[in-house]
Design a protein around this ligand. Structure first.
Ligand code: CDP
Length: 227
């Protein structure tokens, strides 16, 4: 493998809990690239809106927030299971972005055109520098359609809900599998039916079904695409 054959911009899209972040982080580490999970930006705006008592259904108010707030996504500064640090106005909100109320509301705000425009602009600026693995819903289709390699990672809602359930339990939390499944299905519905940048595979994406393969095998198959 010659360095020039390596894809410089790698886009990974797919539905909730399909394993995009695990895969993206492993590839970024293997290649020495920046790992950028764009979902954290939508989560950060959602958390901030909730924290400031802004009505999540007030599109103009949430858009104004997205246009004016500085979100920083930086390499992980602690080994507490985080993939990266998420800072808003200097405050570390990495774990706040994973709260159940953020999960429940993030798809609502990420359907707003103005919110997407503001965040997409920031994501493109970072992605176009290259040597990056960017993860989300619309990276291969909208944010970086020029990406050298596009992966669309999929799995059934049941399998994805199982993974999310295990994640929560491993972190010491409690959860009901059937509630998680219902939420995953609802988030998929909103993400794939919205007007702006809906979740879908780019025409030139490599589609990987991860139902019966574990994270290591998914990683191996993706690396084999350019090895
Ligand atoms: O980790 P998980 O798959 O649960 O979600 P995430 O990647 O953190 O993204 C949270 C939400 O942000 C998604 O359900 C989408 O509504 C939204 N999102 C988006 O619209 N576009 C992106 N590029 C990334 C996330």
């Amino acid at each position: 493998m010659t360095p020039s054959k390596l894809p410089s911009i790698i886009a990974i899209d797919g539905p909730a809990a399909s394993g995009k972040s695990t895969l993206g982080l492993s590839i970024a580490n293997a290649l020495g690239y920046l790992f950028f999970d764009t979902g954290v930006m939508y989560r950060a705006i959602t958390w901030l809106a909730l924290n400031r008592d802004i009505d999540i259904h007030d599109e103009s108010a949430v858009t104004l927030l997205a246009e004016n707030v500085q979100i920083d996504v930086a390499p992980a500064s602690k080994s507490d299971g985080r993939a990266c640090d998420v800072l808003i106005e200097g405050r570390d909100i990495t774990w706040e972005t994973r709260l159940p109320e953020v999960d429940a509301n993030v798809s609502v705000i990420s359907a707003y055109a103005g919110v997407r425009a503001a965040l997409t602009r920031q994501q493109r600026r970072i992605g176009q520098r290259g040597r990056v693995v960017m993860v989300g819903r619309d990276i291969g289709t909208v944010v970086l359609p020029e990406a050298d390699l596009k992966i669309y990672l999929d799995a059934t809602a049941e399998e994805r809900a199982r993974r999310r359930y295990n994640e929560i339990v491993t972190r010491g939390g409690t959860a009901e599998y059937k509630d998680i499944l219902a939420k995953v299905i609802e988030r998929d519905r909103i993400d794939s039916t919205r007007d702006v940048a809906p979740l879908k595979a780019a025409k030139d994406a490599v589609v990987l079904d991860s139902n019966n393969i574990n994270a290591e095998e998914v990683f191996r198959r993706v690396m084999a695409l350019f090895a």
